[in-house]
Design a protein around this ligand. Structure first.
Ligand code: ZN
Length: 130
C-alpha cells in the first residue's frame, strides 16, 4: 500500500493524480495487475475522466453543483452535506488495469482526485493487486 498526498486549493477541484499513480506503479515495479486508487475521505472522491480539455472537469464540477446545491435544507450541521452527497455519487475509488508495466487508460482518460470541501490536505491510497 502506498499513499499519495494531495493538497487542494479551492472548495471544489479536480486534481489529476495519474502521474502520481504511475510513479508508484513504477516504484513497485508492477508489470501486470490492478491498482486500486482509493480516498479515505467522506467529502472527496476519485474518478476517471477526460483531462485533455480542462473544460470537461470544470463542467463536471458545475453539473454536480447544479445537481447537489450547497444549501438545500440539509440536516447535517457541519454545513458540508453537499460535499458528502457528491462524494457518494462519484465514489471513493477507481480500479485501473496495469499491463506491461503501464496503466491501461484511454487516450483522453486521467485519474482525478475530486475535492468537494476544500481547500485541505488529503490523501489517496494506492493498493496493487497482482
Ligand atoms: Zn460533514
Amino acid at each position: 500500500m502506498k499513499e499519495i498526498s494531495v493538497r487542494s486549493s479551492s472548495r471544489f477541484e479536480m486534481i489529476d493524480i495519474t502521474e502520481a499513480v504511475r510513479k508508484t506503479a513504477r516504484e513497485e515495479k508492477i508489470e501486470s495487475g490492478i491498482v486500486l486508487v482509493y480516498t479515505p475521505h467522506t467529502t472527496a472522491a476519485v474518478t476517471i475522466n477526460e483531462n485533455a480539455d480542462p473544460d470537461v472537469p470544470r463542467d463536471l464540477l458545475a453539473a454536480l453543483d447544479r445537481a447537489v446545491p450547497l444549501s438545500a435544507n440539509y440536516r447535517h450541521t457541519e454545513g458540508n452535506s453537499a460535499a458528502h452527497v457528491k462524494s457518494s455519487m462519484v465514489g471513493a475509488s477507481e480500479m485501473v488495469i496495469i499491463e506491461n508495466g503501464r496503466l491501461v487508460l484511454g487516450t483522453w482518460q486521467s485519474i482525478f482526485f475530486c475535492e468537494f470541501d476544500g481547500p485541505r490536505s488529503r490523501k489517496v491510497i494506492v493498493k496493487f493487486l497482482t
